[in-house]
Structures are given as structure tokens and as C-alpha cells.
Design a protein around this ligand. Structure first.
Ligand SMILES: Cc1ncc(COP(=O)(O)O)c(C=O)c1O
Length: 371
């Protein structure tokens, strides 16, 4: 049996939506992107959504729209994908890491106040694997110190904690529609917010700082446009947006299936020595199912999974120990010991709605025999 790490669940109608765009005259950002933005806002409950080419773009432009720049510090976690921290650097600011909780891998909110300085401008929490950071506690800290919150929701569209959903207590929520995400079009992202001014800024910044986008310029007749700020080329075209529109209504069903698979894994793995399942506070979006194993055996175990034709990944090795961050900031492993330790122990197993019962049982059996 061969089990892929991830299989998307695009349906015929999603493909047809993209074909319809290809058969139309308008391929770039236009009516379909707008329709996606509206539907996605309805789903998240956040008033404004700006569709973008990636979550990295969303994080970058959110920082700029909130006036974060050179001389500023942004607090975030070392247990994340590099884009969280590189977006801060792209904005000209400095990432300041805070270690994570040893049971969830989420940023340890109780340690945040210790690193706040006069330069701190924002906090960028990451809802890791689908489980949300304690946003109520984080909001209190942000309010007390007058800081912005930009939520990295690449793993968490559908989660909830203490009655709070992603984006509800933050200033901007940033989403990824990358190839393996719960909602995917290959490459794509979005920034959602209840702040109309911030949304407007992000909208302008996503397209060169131009006063009119292609849809506004396209009326069969040339119209002058202006450049009002220095922007980027981060818009999402209608071909990609077309793949997303129909998936939104399937998110709740897909989440139920993801949750069921996670529960099967939880039950299959209970009581195994040398295997830890991270805690999932609140209602997780069940984006990734990650196990923590003995650090001295992790790489050997990865190889054994591959030998059994099971696709696995590592999310993540703590980013403060990647060459660039080590060189640039002289970080040592023990600067963030919990993230470092988790990064040495973590393995992500296949988790997607199309996994069959047989496949889940096979993953459980192989995991048990290997560990
Ligand atoms: C936690 C996290 N943040 C940010 C990103 C960046 O997303 P994108 O590839 O859409 O730029 C990812 C992508 O994998 C991610 O997992």
C-alpha cells in the first residue's frame, strides 16, 4: 500500500470553474476573485478579505498596512514555517522569538511580556497544526502595550478557542491556499480584517500601489491610473480564485472528516511509549497530524515511514536554528529550548479527507511497529 502525504480534494466543478475563466476574456484579478473574497468573508465572519498570491504576501502586506517597518520589533514563534519570520524581515522589522508551550507547540503567551521593548510594534501568533493560540490572553497583552496582532492562520481557517475564531481578536488574519492546505488552489492566500482602512491599504499594496486594478481599468476603453504608493505584485488571478470559490461550502464537511481521522490516530496511538501527541486546545482545524518521537530516532523513523511507502513530513525544525537565522542573529539552540526540542522530535503523518479506513489503519500499524 502506498499512502501519499497529501491529496487535494478538488472536484470536477472546481476544475470547471477554472475552465470557465480560461474560456472567458478576463484571466487576472477580477469578478471571480471578488466573488471568492465575499464568500470567504462570509465564512470567516471577518468583514473584508483581500485575495493575494500567498500567505507570505498577506503577512508582509499586513505588516506594512499596520505601519510596521524599520526599527520595529515583531514578536513571533520559532516553531513555524520560515515565511512567518521572513515576512517580518521583508517589512524591514526584526523578528523576536518567544519559546513555545511544551504540550502544544504554540507560542507561550505567558512569556511574551518579558520580551516587549519600546520597539515592539506587533505580535504574530501562529495557529500551529490547526490549534489556536490563546487569543484572549494575547489580546489583553496587546491592548496593555498598544501592539497590533497579525495572525498567521495558514494552518487554521476553521478553528475556534474559547468561543473565538481566527481573526476575531487580531488586527489581520492571514491565510494560505498553498497546495497542501485545507483550502487550496496550488498557490494563493488572503488577508482578512474588520478594519476597512487596513483592507484598503492591503488592496492597493497588492498591485504596485496603483489607484485602479485591471478590473477597474477594463471597460473596453483606456482610462488613466495613478501610482499612489510603493506596492508589490501580490494579486490572486481569477484562474486560481475559481478553484477556491466552490471549496468554501465544503470546508465544514471536510473538517468533520479530518477530525474523525485525527481521532482514529489518537485512539490508535494511545498508550504507545516514546510517542507524544501534541495537545489541541479548543476546536482544532485539524490541518496537520503531528507526532513527537524520540529525538535520537526521529530521522531513522522518517526513513522507515518512507520505506513503508507512507508520505511524511517535518513541521517544523525550529527556525532559529536554520543557517540564515543562526548567521544573522547568532541564535543558539538553547535560546528557545522547547521549540528546538520539538523540532528534533516532530513527524507529520498523512491527514486529508480522502484517506480511507484501510489507509488510516495501515498508518497506525506501521507507526506502532516502527516506534
Ligand atoms: C505556518 C505557515 N505560515 C506561512 C506559510 C506561508 O504560506 P504561503 O506558502 O501561502 O506563502 C505557511 C505555508 O506553508 C505556513 O505553514
Amino acid at each position: 500500500m502506498k499512502i501519499e502525504f497529501f491529496k487535494h480534494s478538488l472536484q470536477k466543478e472546481d476544475v470547471q470553474n477554472a475552465v470557465d475563466v480560461l474560456n472567458s476574456i478576463f484571466l487576472t484579478t477580477g469578478p471571480v476573485s471578488s466573488s471568492f473574497e465575499e464568500k470567504f468573508s462570509n465564512f470567516t465572519g471577518l468583514e473584508h478579505t483581500v485575495s493575494l498570491s500567498s500567505c507570505t504576501a498577506a503577512l508582509h502586506l499586513s505588516l506594512l498596512a499596520l505601519d510596521v517597518g524599520p526599527g520595529d520589533e515583531v514578536i513571533t514563534t520559532p516553531m513555524t514555517f520560515i515565511a512567518t519570520a521572513t515576512s517580518i524581515l521583508h517589512a524591514g522589522a526584526v523578528p523576536v522569538f518567544v519559546d513555545v508551550e511544551d504540550d502544544t507547540g504554540l507560542i507561550d503567551v505567558s512569556k511574551i511580556e518579558k520580551v516587549i521593548t519600546k520597539r515592539t510594534k506587533a505580535i504574530m501568533p501562529v495557529h500551529l497544526y490547526g490549534a489556536m493560540v490563546d487569543m484572549k490572553a494575547l489580546r489583553q497583552i496587546a491592548q496593555k502595550h498598544n501592539l497590533k496582532i497579525i495572525e498567521d492562520c495558514a494552518h487554521c481557517i476553521e478553528g475556534e478557542r474559547d468561543g473565538i475564531k481566527p481573526g476575531q481578536l487580531g488586527d489581520v488574519a492571514c491565510y494560505s491556499f498553498y497546495a497542501t492546505k485545507n483550502l487550496t488552489c496550488g498557490e494563493g492566500g488572503a488577508a482578512s480584517t474588520n478594519n476597512a482602512d487596513v483592507a484598503k491599504k492591503i488592496r492597493t499594496l497588492r498591485l504596485h500601489g496603483m489607484s485602479k486594478d485591471a478590473a477597474a481599468r477594463y471597460h473596453g476603453r483606456y482610462k488613466h491610473w495613478d501610482m499612489i504608493s510603493l506596492g508589490w505584485k501580490y494579486n490572486l488571478d481569477d484562474i486560481h480564485a475559481a478553484l477556491l470559490v466552490g471549496q468554501i461550502s465544503r470546508l465544514p464537511d471536510n473538517l468533520r472528516m479530518r477530525k474523525k481521522i485525527s481521532t482514529c490516530y489518537d485512539e490508535g496511538f494511545s498508550g504507545i511509549k516514546n510517542l507524544t501527541i501534541p495537545s489541541r486546545p479548543g476546536e482544532s482545524a485539524h490541518h496537520l497530524y503531528t507526532i513527537w518521537v524520540d529525538k535520537d530516532r526521529r530521522d531513522e523513523i522518517l526513513t522507515l515511514f518512507h520505506e513503508h511507502d507512507i508520505g511524511v513530513a517535518v513541521n517544523y525544525r525550529a527556525i532559529h536554528q536554520l543557517t540564515f537565522f543562526q548567521k544573522e542573529f547568532s541564535f543558539l539552540p538553547d535560546d528557545y529550548p522547547i521549540a528546538y526540542d520539538i523540532g528534533k522530535r516532530t513527524i507529520t503523518l498523512p491527514l486529508y479527507p480522502g484517506l480511507t479506513k484501510n489507509e488510516i489503519d495501515y498508518v497506525i500499524d506501521v507507526t506502532k511497529s516502527i516506534i
